[in-house]
Design a protein around this ligand. Structure first.
Ligand SMILES: [Cu+2]
Length: 481
């Protein structure tokens, strides 16, 4: 029986619908004894990279690599500004990098080879010290390159939330949920279905006058999905009571695709993007989460029933990307209703004027794709070149920069800048301010403009968060003068 058949709505599989509860990691293990050095001080956190099995549902158990025996890894709770030690033990045959996405930390601990962070050797270990911050929803994941190996690095189960707290959490919610969106068992394909992207209707501000008509190369796709480690139709439901308020932290931990998520019968109040509070919270029927992005929402439990929280794409949802939300005393069939299709617009969360100084210098970044044809991989260019560039991108410390990202490709790219936060200034011609992020989805043939201050000396990686795009050229290194 195929997986889609098994998960068909209305089938008995949904009777056990649910979501995995994630373990919370802290002072996980004393490591001294592992090395035979009795005097060694235990790290505050330890992450063991090793093979794990993930039971998406009873009939679908996959083998991958995870952290501390699970995938996703534990939710790591850290205090902003409080220095911590993290011991990474690598029980695999390949060197690994653990990247701390969204944190303002030095290149040496950021966890990328490009920035010169040291790797964690195969069957070895390495201890890192970092000062977490700023507060908010961050995450950690493998930053090893995968190239044509879909069992490596970011394609595996090496991802997890880091929740950084500054002690000011008002705690005005009854339940806090960490929900990582994920796909599994990736494969190469020539026909990539891009229904997840809302920007196909334009405006195509950056569409080239003449298009490259060469046939496309291989892209990476998947037909197996989950929220955390459970497919829709497996595990425990999210159990709620009428009147409760839920804080949901969404993370798109996919190395492949952007996603749209809804909870029918309920509105989601977006309060933070990439962990940073937005100036203008908005209450919406669905949210869009680019690969690498986080969205925090508050949801009032005011519509008793049994509902499916999940992908708005039917095939994706029915292939696992969802979880049942069940009010107490309700036992009916889980319900899905398609939300109105309103294009995602970052600018509605912004304000009219920035409290930061205006940018002093502008860096233009043009994204292009060289289609490779069947059986090969497309090549991705920034300003006419794949990685590595020479010394094109030099930052003067203290200077405020504007990045103008011009997407000349027929794909929406979640672009990420390491070790810095940027403020959105314009998306497809619409101006905004006050939205602080570390990743932004640059629309299909569109444009995104962001501003940031060069205040984190050290090598800084800028890249597309779709792993295959990054591996085949779509990255650049910013250096400080
Ligand atoms: Cu991309």
């Amino acid at each position: 029986m195929n997986r889609r058949g098994l998960l068909k709505l209305g089938g008995i599989a949904l009777a056990q619908a649910g979501v995995a509860r994630l373990p919370i990691g802290r002072n996980a293990a004393s490591l001294g004894s592992l090395t035979g050095q009795a005097q060694e001080i235990a790290a505050d956190y330890s992450l063991r990279i090793a093979p794990v099995t993930v039971e998406l549902d009873r009939s679908h158990i996959l083998s991958t690599i995870g952290y501390n025996g699970s995938a996703p890894g534990p939710v790591l709770r850290m205090r902003a500004g409080k220095r911590v030690t993290v011991e990474v033990i690598n029980d695999t045959d390949a060197p690994e990098f653990v990247h701390w996405h969204g944190m303002l930390i030095p290149s040496e601990v950021d966890g990328t080879g490009e920035e010169g962070s040291p790797f964690v050797p195969a069957h070895g270990r390495r201890r890192f010290e970092l000062t977490p911050g700023p507060a908010g929803s961050r995450w950690y994941h493998s930053h090893a390159m995968a190239m044509d190996d879909l069992h490596k690095g970011p394609y595996t189960g090496q991802f997890g939330f880091v929740h950084v707290d500054d002690g000011n959490d008002p705690g005005r919610y009854d339940q806090q949920l960490f929900l990582a969106l994920r796909d599994w068992e990736p494969f190469f394909t020539l026909t990539m279905d891009d229904e997840d992207d809302d920007t196909h209707h334009g405006p195509f501000l950056e569409k080239p006058a003449t298009l490259d008509t060469d046939p496309d190369g291989l892209e990476v796709s998947s037909v197996t999905y989950s929220i955390n480690d459970k497919a829709l139709g497996a595990g425990e439901p999210i159990r709620v009571r009428e009147g409760q308020r839920l804080l949901m932290h969404f993370l798109n931990a996919s190395a492949i695709e952007n996603r749209r998520i809804a909870l029918p019968g309920h509105k989601m109040k977006v309060i933070a993007l990439d962990g940073n509070p937005v100036p203008t919270p908005q209450t919406l029927d669905s949210i869009f989460v680019g690969a690498g992005e986080r969205v925090d929402v508050l949801v009032e439990m005011n519509n008793p029933g049994v509902w499916i929280l999940g992908s708005t794409e039917k095939l994706v949802r029915e292939s696992g990307l969802g979880v049942v939300l069940e009010y107490s005393g309700q036992h009916r069939q889980p319900q899905w209703i398609d939300p109105p299709r309103v294009p995602w617009d970052y600018t509605i969360f912004g304000t009219s004027s920035s409290s930061s100084p205006p940018p002093q210098q502008t860096i233009e970044l043009i994204f292009e794709k060289i289609p490779s044809g069947a059986g090969k991989f497309n090549l991705w260019l920034i300003n006419g070149k794949p990685y590595p560039h020479e010394r094109e991108f030099i930052l003067e410390p203290g200077t405020r920069y504007r990045l103008v990202m011009r997407n000349h490709t027929d794909d929406a790219h979640p672009m990420h800048l390491h070790r810095h936060l940027w403020e959105l200034a314009e998306i497809n011609g619409k101006k905004t301010a006050g939205i602080v992020k570390d990743t932004v989805v640059v629309p299909y043939y569109g444009r995104a403009i962001v501003d940031f201050t060069a205040d984190q000396p050290g090598l800084t990686l800028f890249h597309c968060h779709i792993q295959q795009h990054m591996d085949y050229g779509f990255k650049a290194l910013f250096r400080y003068a």
